[in-house]
Structure formats: structure tokens, C-alpha cells
Design a protein around this ligand. Sequence first.
Ligand code: ADP
Ligand code: MG
Length: 325
Amino acid sequence: KNTIDKIAAGEVIERPSSIVKELVENAIDAGSNAVTVEIKDGGTTLVRITDNGEGIAPSEVKKAFMRHATSKITKAEDLFGITSLGFRGEALSSIAAVCQVELITKTAGELTGVRYVIEGGEEKTPEPEEIGAPEGTTFKVRNVFYNTPVRRKFLKSPQTEAGYINDLMERLALSHPEVSFKFINNNQNRLHTSGNSNLKDIIYGIYGREITANLVEVHGEAPFGTLTGYIGKPIISRGNRNYENYFINGRYIRSSIISKAIEDAYKNFMMQHKYPFTVLHFQLDGDLLDVNVHPTKMELRFSDQEGMYRLVYETVRNALVGREM
Ligand code: ADP
Ligand code: MG
């Protein structure tokens, strides 16, 4: 059983940033509006995530660590639903298979919290123990791949792993302006967003004045959904696509059709084509999204590629037209 869990874990947990991603998504799913992520040594020795969400009931704690345990929707069409980021019920079991995990959680309905420890798939607390705790959930994940040395060898340096997590935290903050995120790397505060839903404030916090002073707000609508956010004036173009951020129903994705539409719209305003800065939020009907593309791959296709291209192209173009460049 442990072997199967370890193999399965490899598909979900590739590196410390995968742990952060899965646990933060769970925190968001649990209705948290404040999430703190703390890492040490690029997340290899410690990832600690604290949220103020609904918590896990004592009777559900052990269950949450079983493979394919999910309290959420599992239908394929709902993978990109607005309400839930999780869908496979594999994250906790995978993390517990290859790390040392301590969970402290408390729901509103319980007087005390519980603590549960599981390491390499083995329970260290056969039953969750009572412990005083605030409402919400804390996961303390130590020593990633401590029992799978081969996998540990594929990790990059702590600085590089920390960089991946930093990028991820920035994207999570941009994707959920309504959640206050705090990110602490080796005891240093790296990111703190207010959770006041102001996307521009978050962009300012991450990218600074140069970018924020040169943003154009965009808004577009199609029968299948809406598009809102900010794009940079063409003067702030960058050397690669890293500054093209877009989120579909709260999820960070890559899409060649969206990137092409953005770049084509800009091309008309500049002789020399460069990659623009964007933070775009799409709210789209589920049936537009091609669920045959695995969500963790982040590359997405649409049942109406044409319509999607037009929505993005026209929205970006309209925002650029008539603006002072
Ligand atoms: P999934 O997110 O796909 O449901 P996970 O393995 O990520 O699967 O989580 C298993 C279950 O544990 C979730 O369905 C949820 O009920 C519970 N859970 C995990 N993290 C949290 C959290 N931070 N707050 C509340 N419940 C949580
Ligand atoms: Mg999950």
C-alpha cells in the first residue's frame, strides 16, 4: 500500500511548490480569507500553511488522508467549477506518503481542535488528539521526500525551489484578490496582500510602481463568460511570456490561444512585437472548457476557440484604442 501511495504521490507532488499549491487550494476551498504560507530551505525542510477556513471535523480527519477521499465535487465537468479547486482527493494522501505531516484543525462546531500526525503514510497518532486551536487549519509538512531519496535528488537548490514557490504565491495572490495571503521565506516576509479584493493593489505589491502606473483596465463580455483585469500599456513590454498572467475561474492556466490573442491585439500598436504585461480574470461557463486536458498541466483548450480568441483580442484591443500611450 505504501509503495502504491508513493508512486501515486509522484504524479501530484513533484516538488515543494506542488505541496504549497495543493494546500493553499484546499485552504481557499475551505472558505478561508486569510492564508499564511511559511517555508524553510525552499520548502524542502518545512512548509507550514495556516488558514482560517471551516476546518476539518474530528471524524473526518483520518478520512481526508485516504486516497480519493474528497468532500468535493468529482464530476469531470465541474473540475473548473467556480466553487472548488480540488477535485481528485489525492493531495493529502500523496503529501503524507512522502513527507512528515502534522495537522491541527478546528471547526466552528467543536469546542477544541484536534492534532493528527502522519509520516510516510504511517499514522503517528492512531486517533486524532484533542488540542487547543483557533478555528481553521494548520498543516506542517516537514522533510519532503525524506523516504524517497531518488526523488529528493531531482530537487533543485533551496533558492531555486523557493523561487518556484514565490512565483506560485504571486499567482495565487493575483488569482484570489479576496484572500489575504502572507508568504514567509526563511523568516523573511516576502508577500502580504490585504484581501480587500483590489487587484490593482496586489499588482502594485508584486510588480511595483513602474508597472502599476501604466495599467489600463479591461472589461469584456461574451455569451459564454466575462473578462476583467488590467493590461500594461505597450511601453511596458517584457522579454518573455512570464508577465502574461491569466486566470480562469480562479485558476492559473496557460493557453496558446489566449496568449496569441493578447499579442495580436498589441501587435497593431507596435511595429516591434513584444510580450505585454497582463493580469486577466476570466469567468467562463464550464462547458467552454476542454476537460480532456489535465488540469495540473495548466494548458487549457476551449470548445469555442474562435469565440475565445475574439473575446480576448477585442477586449484588449478596445482597451488600447484611444488610450494615451
Ligand atoms: P480534494 O481537495 O481534491 O478534495 P485533498 O486530498 O486535497 O482532496 O483534501 C481532502 C479533503 O480534506 C478535502 O476534500 C477537504 O474535505 C479536507 N481538507 C483538506 N484541507 C483542508 C483545509 N485547509 N480546510 C478544510 N478542509 C480541508
Ligand atoms: Mg485539494
